[in-house]
Ligand binder design. Structure first.
Ligand code: CAA
Length: 419
């Protein structure tokens, strides 16, 4: 079963995701400091868009509509109005519809969903981009900017690092229940860094993470929250990165494929994509992610598939505990049993259901607006055998993505298939 009008990801382009601890990221102790600058937001948008057009052989002139996911350009870069950045990347996009989509960390996923909806309405060739540059601020200032994805008035005071604190609060409750342990969350981080170490585009490609370091708070892995009640429940290794980066892809109908001289086999089919939204103004259940689960349930139903059919996945591991909760939300494990998948190696690259093979948000990095686009491209790249040192054995044919904004307030789940 597929969408009423078949839709495909033809391909795309990912930039490197960089930031603190990445060898190319410039800081005052870097040997090239003063000789060049870190790329700016517009550079990432341009690199991603031009790369996607070139990689898929799509002339910009044939793109009918474009979307870009970006969360906080106004805060990090003094720049909004990013739909109009797209014609700056390719003149073929001039005078065409283009718009920015914002849904916190699910901005990229929403941009993808918008393109698929447009294809259902008759569009044939679309461009979906996502980009964020966050290293213009300190981690603490960035914590305040990112807190705009929470209910700022009510939740900002939890900690200077509001989102890490929101997920430390979940972690505290979940550890107390006893099903998921600190060993399990440490194993999520170890997997993320190990996968990133195989991925030349990953923010943490050069940083190792042993189980002992991930398991133990200390100078090598600080428990950095100021909130004394929550500080013991989150360490730096549990967190996604403050990254810069961009991603873009070409999403087309069957007629769009034909116009570009491609066949369905050259592309990855989008069997379903579902968006779900929760109430920003209330705390959710600490032990589950019902908004992500709602999107997943509808996506499975629309695709006519079950969790057992999924062979590869990209999920929103903004914090280590989140990955385990999303295993449950996607139906890979029963409630409270997410830890068993990481303990048993099921979600490792060589496991039955590899998840976040390029390092996820913790290892690959999390340039917020780019993340939802990167997730889709990662599943497509695994299906096409393009992942090099982190390619999973036996190319998977059915995959899932789960992109999440806020504390489970916006969720985008897609199911993809490669013939
Ligand atoms: N002991 C105690 N505290 C220490 C310490 C130590 N040894 N070392 C550092 N710290 C504290 C310090 O207080 C420091 O802050 P100041 O320098 O301002 O005093 C603070 O930890 C941070 O230290 P750094 O600036 O050195 O941290 P870093 O640059 O290495 O960043 C991080 C680490 C804070 C975890 C950062 O990577 C981070 O914030 N990650 C999370 C990003 C995030 O929240 N993204 C959004 C995810 S949520 C989502 O995806 C959904 C959505 O919609 C938003």
């Amino acid at each position: 079963m597929s969408l009423p009008r078949r839709a495909f990801v033809l391909g795309g382009h990912l930039t490197s995701f960089i930031g603190k601890k990445h060898p190319d990221f410039l800081w005052k102790g870097h040997p090239e400091f003063g000789q060049r600058e870190n790329p700016a937001l517009e550079d990432y948008i341009t690199m991603a868009v031009r790369g996607a057009l070139a990689a898929t052989g799509t002339p910009g002139e044939l793109v009918q509509k474009s979307w870009i996911g970006n969360f906080a350009g106004e805060l990090f870069n003094n720049q909004g109005h990013l739909g109009a950045a797209l014609p700056g990347a390719d003149p073929g996009l001039m005078f065409k519809p283009a718009m920015r989509v914002e849904g916190a960390c699910a901005s990229g996923g929403l941009a993808f969903a918008s393109a698929v909806e447009s294809i259902q309405a008759g569009t044939d060739i679309t461009l979906v981009a996502g980009a964020e540059v966050q290293t213009t601020a300190t981690a603490r200032q960035g914590g305040d900017f990112l807190a705009r994805a929470s209910h700022y008035r009510r939740q900002r005071g939890l900690d200077d690092f509001t989102f890490p604190a929101l997920f430390a609060r979940r972690t505290k409750a979940i550890y107390a229940q006893g099903d998921i342990t600190e060993d399990d969350t440490a194993l999520v981080s170890v997997k993320a860094y190990a996968n990133a170490n195989k991925n030349p585009l990953a923010h943490m490609k050069a940083v190792g993470m042993s189980f002992d370091t991930a398991r133990t708070a200390g100078d090598a892995n600080p428990a950095f929250l100021g909130n004394a009640d929550l500080a013991p429940y989150l360490k730096v290794s549990d967190c996604s990165q403050v990254s810069d980066g961009g991603a873009a892809m070409i999403v087309v109908s069957e007629a769009g494929l034909a116009k570009l001289g491609k066949r369905p086999e050259d592309a990855v089919e989008i069997l379903s994509i579902e968006v779900a939204t929760g109430n920003l103004y209330e705390d959710g259940d600490l032990f589950s992610m019902p908004v992500t689960a709602a999107a997943a349930a509808r996506a499975y139903a629309a695709a006519g598939l079950r969790p057992e059919d999924i062979q590869i996945g990209e999920v929103h591991d903004c914090f280590s505990v989140t990955e385990l909760l999303i295993y449950e939300a996607l139906g890979f494990a029963a409630k409270g049993r997410g830890g068993t998948l990481i303990r048993d190696g099921v979600t490792q690259i060589g496991g039955r259901l590899p998840i976040n093979t390029g390092g996820g948000l913790i290892g690959f990095g999390h340039p917020v607006g780019a993340t939802g686009v990167k997730q889709v491209l990662e599943v497509c790249r695994q299906m096409k055998g393009e992942c090099g040192a982190y390619q999973v054995p036996g190319q998977p044919t059915v995959g899932i993505t789960a992109n999440m904004g806020g504390d489970d307030k916006t969720a985008v789940v897609s199911i993809l298939r490669h013939a």
